[in-house]
Design a binder for this molecule. Structure first.
Ligand code: GAP
Length: 535
């Protein structure tokens, strides 16, 4: 392969300083609008807070991320199967799971002019320097949060008015099923997929040959009536949740045969004790094995799943490892069903926040469904000399919002560069996630060049690549359009192609152009997907 020319060094414009963080998020939102990634829903009517539409580029990006998740954690594992439950399910499911009573957030109302409602824990975090004051918001009861409002004299951020007494607010959306609109018709839009896995557990074990330990995965839309949706796709009211429950025999909760695969991987850890002490760093880095030996993780499977996901995010989704940490929940932060939970956090432009959660849910949910439905939730396995019957134990529940991954991926990838005095916006994302694997450009308008370009384009498509065909505007403009949406390769067909069956292929990140035979194209694109390294 010949290199036609090399590019001049480029100057990075970095906005990821503390000062520029907010503006960076605003920039990302404007960028997502401009490029057709995402829009607030019903924007022609002023928009509906917390609900987002995905445009032509966003839907491709979303599908690529979803496919990467499903391929990695379901199709390519022998121990995980899929499930797809109904969005509206039997209301008893939510009674048994505890969501009807416990799926709440703290809320406070303004008693001044505006009467607006605020999510109280967020309001405190915004009004007080919690780190400086040693306040761990997650650690407070609702009454203690109310006391902080009084002690710190926190006022309504909208109108400066006094705030009332805090209350709890249930996040589930309800609806009525069927024509009779009485209370017996009330049901709920699912706030998590996990309960569909638990309530459908027997459907899976009775219809397949799954053996312990195993997981059941579920990807699909969920609904949460968040008090204050914010930060673009980070906190919304409707989103796609990808999660699985990993079940083991309760007597074998620390027998993880895959642990050695991950033992030497370095993870960034922010344990409960570091959060409660005066600890100045964001995390401590150590191998998973060392963290396990030191007793930082309580369950070996949980350590395995958290670390293997951290590895997946950094090595396969292109997210820098130094921006990923594992944070243990404080006792008071634990959900009603969890024995221990860790969040895999990412350093967003608005601070370290949960990207993925991973709870140890014990036998809680299956036991609850057994109690409420009077259906045995046991798993039976053949062992030497008889059978073993037990309620399976959920050692780990890796659970992540698709929109949060998308936001993370574009936050990581969005780059502004200066090339020969002009600004270039380029989305440097992993090629496997790019909305288009490649774009094909005919360089000249002549019929033969056009026909050859269509041939290359259709061959790539038939091979399963996602490809755009772009013949409008100057070649420079076409490159810029595709840089902006992260297309890793632009393939140009010209008169010479007709003679030598070679095309010019331009690399998005380096802008290097090389000429290769058309017969090598498929392999070149695949090689790049396999070998891509974050710059
Ligand atoms: N089944 C467990 C569960 O649902 P969660 O921590 O409430 O746990 C799981 O949510 C994941 O869903 C989070 O780690 C995050 O990625 C995503 N998520 C949660 N609330 C969200 C929201 N309001 N908007 C977008 N994503 C959200």
């Amino acid at each position: 392969m010949d290199t036609l020319f090399t590019i001049e060094p480029i100057k990075m414009i970095t906005m990821k300083t503390d000062k520029g963080m907010r503006q960076f998020l605003e920039k990302i939102m404007a960028y997502a609008n401009k490029t057709g990634i995402s829009f607030i829903t019903g924007n022609i009517y002023g928009g509906l807070a917390g609900f987002w539409d995905y445009g032509p580029i966003g839907v491709e990006l979303k599908n690529k991320i979803k496919e990467a998740w499903w391929n990695k954690w379901v199709r390519n594992r022998d121990d995980i199967v899929g499930y797809d439950g109904a969005v509206i399910t039997h209301p008893k499911v939510w009674e048994a799971s505890g969501h009807l009573t416990s799926f709440n957030d703290p809320l406070i109302f303004c008693q001044g002019k505006c009467k607006k409602k605020h999510r109280l824990d967020h309001l405190i975090e915004e009004s007080v320097d919690v780190r400086e004051e040693g306040i761990i918001v997650e650690d407070q009861t609702i009454d203690e949060l109310g006391q902080i409002v009084l002690d710190k004299e926190i006022k309504c951020p909208e109108c400066g008015g006094n705030l009332g007494k805090p209350v709890t607010f249930n996040l589930m959306f309800s609806t009525r099923v069927g024509p009779v609109q009485d209370s017996s018709a009330i049901s709920y839009l699912r706030p998590e997929n996990a309960q569909l896995i638990f309530s459908g557990f027997k459907n899976v074990t009775d219809s397949t040959r799954v053996k312990m330990p195993f997981g059941i995965a579920h990807s699909g839309v969920v609904f949460r009536n968040e008090i204050s949706p914010r930060n673009f796709l980070f906190r919304v009211r409707e989103y796609e949740l990808m999660e699985f429950e990993y079940f083991t025999n309760p007597e074998k909760i620390n027998e993880c045969p895959y642990f050695d695969e991950i033992a030497d991987f370095q993870v960034n850890i922010y344990s409960r004790s570091e959060q409660t002490k005066n600890f100045d760093n964001d995390y401590v880095q150590m191998s998973v094995k060392k963290a396990w030996d030191k007793g930082i993780f309580k369950n070996l499977w949980q350590a395995y799943w958290l670390s293997i996901f951290a590895k997946w995010f950094s090595e396969e989704l292109g997210i820098r490892q130094e921006r990923i940490r594992l944070r243990q929940h404080l006792e008071s932060e634990l959900s009603h069903y969890a024995l221990d939970t860790w969040d895999l956090e990412y350093q967003y432009p608005f601070g370290w926040k949960e990207l993925m959660g991973c709870a140890n849910r014990t036998q809680y949910d299956l036991e609850q469904h057994q109690k409420f439905s009077k259906t045995k939730m046991h798993f039976t396995e053949q062992v030497e000399g008889g059978v073993n019957r037990f309620i399976p134990y959920v050692v780990a529940e890796p659970s992540v919002g698709l929109g949060r991954i998308l936001l993370t991926v574009i936050t990581e990838g969005y780059t502004e560069e200066e090339v020969k005095g002009r600004k270039r916006v380029v989305l440097k994302i992993h090629p496997k996630l790019a909305p288009f694997d490649a774009a094909v450009f005919p360089l000249q308008k002549k019929e033969k060049v056009y026909e050859k370009s269509r041939e290359v384009f259709l061959d790539l498509r038939a091979e399963g690549f996602t490809v755009d065909f772009d013949k409008s505007g100057s070649i420079g403009k076409r490159y810029r359009r595709h840089d902006e949406i992260g297309t890793p390769f632009c393939i140009t067909i010209d008169f010479e192609t007709l003679e030598d069956n070679q095309v010019t292929i331009r690399n998005r990140d380096t802008m290097e152009q090389i000429r290769i035979p058309i017969s090598d194209l498929f392999e070149e694109l695949r090689r790049n997907q396999r070998e891509y390294q974050i710059q």
